[in-house]
Design a protein around this ligand. Structure first.
Ligand code: PHB
Length: 409
C-alpha cells in the first residue's frame, strides 16, 4: 500500500458546497487547501436538496469568479405565494425589501464549485474511506484516509475545516465539556417528489391547510419539485402517483385557480426534519462550517445559504489566524492565535440563530401538528392572517426569506 503525505495550509473534510466554497475563497487569498470527501462526485450531484439562493449567496457565486451558471440557468424569483386553505397571498420581495431570491438547485451549485476547483488544479479526493482527523488540540492537525485507489494518505495542515454535513464526524472532536448541542425535533417530515410536468406556478407556493402542508417548487420547464407533509415513518413507495397529486391538490384547494400540472413521478424521498446548533463552531485547530455545525428544517430554504454565510465569515478569520501563526513570536499564546476562529464562531452563530428562528417559525406556521385541536389550527390561521394581511408582517417574512439586509450579519 502506497503512503503519501501532502502539506497544505487548510485541510477540508467534506466536498459539498461549504467545503468547496471555502477551498475556492481561501485560494483567492493565496491560502492553499485540500479537500477529502467520502462520497463520489456523482453521488453528491445526484442528491436532491433545496433550490432557493438568497441574493447574498448569488453574489458570492458571481464574485468568486468561478463561472457559475446561476445568472444564466437560475431563475430570479421576486416574490413567493403563501396559501392557507386555498386562500393565497403573494409576498412581493422586491416591493417589500428590494431583494429577490434565485431558484437554482443545490446540485448545480455543487457542480459549478466542483468544476471550478478541479479546473484550477485544487486537490480533492472523492470516494475517500476511513477518513479520520487527528490532533485538533495540537499544533499539527492532520487528516488520514484511504483514497479511491485504496492508497493510504495524509494531509497535514495548520487548520482543519469540518464541512462534512449534518452527520458530521468532525463535530464529535469538539469535547462535550466545551460544546453545547441545541436540538429540537418535529413530529412530521416532508415527502419530496420530482415529476416530469410543466410548472404549475411561476413562483413557489407554500401552503397550509386542514390536511397539512405542501410546497410547489420548480426545476425547469420539464421537471418540477414538490413536497408535502407526512409522517416521518412513511414508506414513499406506499403512495401512488395519483394519490400524491390528489393530496397536494387538496392542500392547494380543490376549487381555486391553482390546478396542479401532473406527470410521471421520477424521484421520491422522505426528508427528516430537525433543528440543530453546535456552539461553539471551533475547538483548537478545527472549525465547522455548514450543516456540520447546524441543521435547519427545509421550510425556510436556509441550509445552503447558511453554509455560504459561514464561509463568508470564516475565510477572512482563517487569513487572520494564519497571519498570526506565521508572525507569532515563539511561545505566543494559543488564546490570541485562536481568537479569530472564536470570532468566526460568534459571527456565524448570530446569523445561524436568526435562520433557526425563521425556519422554526415558518415551519410551525405552515404545518399542522398531528393531534392539533380546532383551537390550534384556527389560531394558526390567525397568525397567517396577521402576517399576510399587513405590510409589516409581509416585510418580516420577506426580510427573513431573502436573507436579511444583505450585510451578512
Ligand atoms: C426546493 O425547490 O427544493 C425547495 C424550495 C424551497 C424550500 C425547500 C425546498 O423551502
Amino acid at each position: 500500500m502506497a503512503q503519501e503525505s501532502i502539506r497544505v495550509d487548510v485541510g477540508i473534510v467534506g466536498g459539498g458546497p461549504a467545503g468547496l466554497m471555502a477551498a475556492l475563497l481561501l485560494k483567492r487569498r493565496g491560502i492553499n487547501a485540500a479537500v477529502v470527501e467520502r462520497r463520489s462526485e456523482d453521488q453528491i450531484y445526484r442528491t436532491h436538496r433545496a433550490g432557493i439562493l438568497e441574493a447574498g449567496t448569488v453574489e458570492m457565486l458571481v464574485q468568486s469568479e468561478i463561472d457559475s451558471r446561476v445568472l444564466t440557468h437560475g431563475h430570479e424569483h421576486r416574490g413567493t405565494v403563501l396559501s392557507f386553505n386555498g386562500q393565497r397571498q403573494r409576498i412581493d420581495f422586491q416591493d417589500l425589501v428590494g431583494r429577490s431570491v434565485w431558484l437554482y438547485p443545490q446540485n448545480e451549485v455543487f457542480l459549478d464549485l466542483a468544476t471550478a476547483w478541479q479546473r484550477e488544479g485544487g486537490a480533492i479526493f472523492w470516494s475517500a474511506d476511513h477518513v479520520e482527523v487527528h490532533g485538533v488540540d495540537s499544533t499539527h492537525p492532520s487528516i488520514t484516509f484511504h483514497d479511491s485507489a485504496e492508497d493510504q494518505r495524509t494531509i497535514e495542515a495548520e487548520l482543519i475545516i469540518g464541512a462534512d454535513g449534518s452527520r458530521s464526524s468532525c463535530r464529535r472532536l469538539i469535547p462535550e465539556s466545551v460544546r453545547t448541542d441545541y436540538f429540537t425535533s418535529y413530529p412530521y417530515a416532508w415527502f419530496g417528489i420530482l415529476c416530469e410536468a410543466p410548472p404549475t406556478a411561476a413562483e413557489l407556493i407554500y401552503a397550509n391547510s386542514d390536511v397539512g402542508f405542501a410546497l410547489i417548487s420548480q426545476r425547469n420547464e420539464r421537471v418540477q419539485r414538490m413536497y408535502f407533509q407526512c409522517d416521518p415513518d412513511t414508506d414513499p413507495e406506499e403512495w401512488t402517483d395519483e394519490e400524491i397529486f390528489d393530496h397536494i391538490q387538496r392542500v392547494l384547494g380543490e376549487n381555486g385557480d391553482v390546478r396542479l400540472k401532473r406527470g410521471p413521478i421520477i424521484e421520491r424521498t422522505v426528508l427528516p426534519f430537525r433543528s440543530y446548533v453546535c456552539d461553539p463552531l471551533t475547538f483548537g485547530r478545527l472549525v465547522l462550517a455548514g450543516d456540520a455545525g447546524h441543521t435547519v428544517p427545509p421550510t425556510g430554504a436556509k441550509g445552503l445559504n447558511l453554509a455560504f454565510s459561514d464561509v463568508r465569515a470564516l475565510v477572512p478569520e482563517i487569513a487572520e489566524f494564519l497571519g498570526r501563526l506565521r508572525g507569532a513570536a515563539p511561545g505566543g499564546g494559543a488564546t490570541a492565535l485562536e481568537e479569530p476562529l472564536l470570532r468566526y464562531s460568534r459571527t456565524a452563530l448570530d446569523r445561524v440563530w436568526k435562520a433557526q428562528n425563521f425556519s422554526y417559525w415558518a415551519t410551525n406556521l405552515l404545518h399542522r401538528e398531528p393531534g392539533d385541536d380546532a383551537f390550534a389550527q384556527r389560531r394558526r390561521r390567525g397568525e397567517f392572517d396577521a402576517i399576510t394581511g399587513s405590510r409589516y408582517g409581509r416585510a418580516f417574512f420577506a426580510d427573513c426569506y431573502t436573507g436579511w439586509t444583505g450585510d451578512w450579519k
